[in-house]
Design a protein around this ligand. Structure first.
Ligand SMILES: Cc1cc2nc3c(=O)[nH]c(=O)nc-3n(C[C@H](O)[C@H](O)[C@H](O)COP(=O)(O)OP(=O)(O)OC[C@H]3O[C@@H](n4cnc5c(N)ncnc54)[C@H](O)[C@@H]3O)c2cc1C
Length: 331
């Protein structure tokens, strides 16, 4: 899609915490809270482990207290992440947090004194969205361009690493020089020729399932995303499409499937992604390195969000696909 078919937006996200409605990330926007809360949160960060030269923990839950202090942990980070990651929260590591903006205590303090956000911007400060239609238009156009090479409504069940074939549930067998898979690894019923210890690693990988649900009311906010750590609400965040998709109505909630309220009988449209977020568990980097290295040695390539079991957004997966295609064409 050419650039003139897109609108460019500045990302606006808000967070509801302890009765305050502030911007994201929290460390850069404490200045927007009630004055008494600013004092409490600053005091809590000042005595957090990272500001007392304590070593960085290896578990995400411990890291939250170490980095942001008890107040932000108890009021926001622990409840929000409990809602988002459910029962798996205690299994998460910290190796993926390098991507987050590192706002220091001094920067947070300065932002409260000068009453403006301070520190580095979080990722995705700007984004493009199609002027007409939804984001799916991009993928429909890609699909149209390669339609002769796509087989729809066919489920791959197995990969045979010895004779380099994939087999579908309908019994069709395909053989090729290279096999590239974007399928969640735990979906295969058979991976013939793969050593057992690598298969055991796949069984340890975790993911979360998310329900997105539509509500027709128009929300009075100019934010595109709003985050809710309040444990009384089942959803963790909402998406306000009219703030980036012209002529759209209503809003969408995002809820971890473990928290879906069965009594909610509203008839509005909802959709469940069984495979929504690949989780950054402590053991994942070792498992994936071993799996992907072994597969590459057999000319099988795990690619994308599920092939690499990494929390990539769609722009990153397209970039990775283009790089891999260049590498394979060169060979
Ligand atoms: C709720 C939610 C919101 C998101 N919001 C955004 C956003 O705002 N912006 C953004 O950039 N990204 C967003 N993402 C992430 C985005 O969806 C992913 O980055 C992107 O889809 C990853 O592309 P992929 O090709 O690697 O994997 P996928 O898109 O998951 O593609 C894998 C494909 O494999 C197919 N498949 C699975 N099993 C089999 C099988 N056995 N046989 C054959 N085919 C199979 C699946 O049907 C799927 O089509 C969001 C994701 C979720 C869940």
């Amino acid at each position: 899609m050419p650039e003139d078919e897109w609108n460019l937006f500045s990302r606006k996200t808000t967070l509801h915490v302890n009765g305050n409605v502030i911007g994201q990330p929290i460390e850069a926007n404490i200045w927007q809270m009630r004055l008494e809360d600013q004092v409490d949160y600053l005091k809590s960060i000042a005595i957090a482990g990272c500001n007392l030269d304590e070593p960085m923990p290896t578990r995400f839950v411990d890291w939250i207290y170490w980095k942001l202090g008890k107040r932000i942990a108890d009021d926001y980070m622990i409840p929000y992440n409990k809602k988002m990651f459910g029962k798996n929260l205690n299994k998460l590591g910290t190796y993926w947090l390098e991507k987050l903006p590192n706002v220091s205590f001094e920067e947070t303090l300065l932002s409260c004194l000068t009453k403006k956000a301070y520190g580095k911007d979080p990722g995705h400060t700007q984004f493009y969205y199609p002027k007409k239609s939804g984001y799916g238009e991009l993928w429909l156009r890609m699909a149209e361009a390669i339609k002769d090479r796509v087989q729809y409504n066919s489920t791959v069940k197995s990969i045979n690493f010895e004779n380099h074939t994939v087999t579908t549930s309908g019994g069709n067998v395909y053989k090729s020089d290279f096999i590239i898979t974007t399928i969640p690894w735990m979906e295969f019923s058979e991976l013939s020729g793969m050593p057992d210890d690598i298969k055991d690693g796949i069984n340890e990988l975790e993911y979360s399932s998310i329900q997105t649900k539509y509500y027709p009311e128009r929300l009075n906010t100019d934010s595109q995303w709003v985050y809710f750590p309040d444990l009384k609400l089942p959803y963790h965040r909402i998406l306000v499409r009219h703030n980036f998709a012209p002529n759209s109505k209503g809003y969408w909630t995002e809820t971890n499937c473990e928290r879906i309220n069965e009594k909610d009988e509203s008839q509005y449209f909802s959709y469940t992604n069984k495979y929504a977020y690949p989780l950054n568990t402590i053991t994942k980097p070792v498992i994936m390195k071993k799996l992907l290295t072994w597969c590459r040695e057999h000319d099988v390539y795990g690619l994308g969000r599920w092939g690499e079991h990494s929390h990539y957004n769609s722009d990153v997966t397209v970039d990775l696909a283009m790089r891999l295609s260049e590498e394979l064409i060169d060979r």
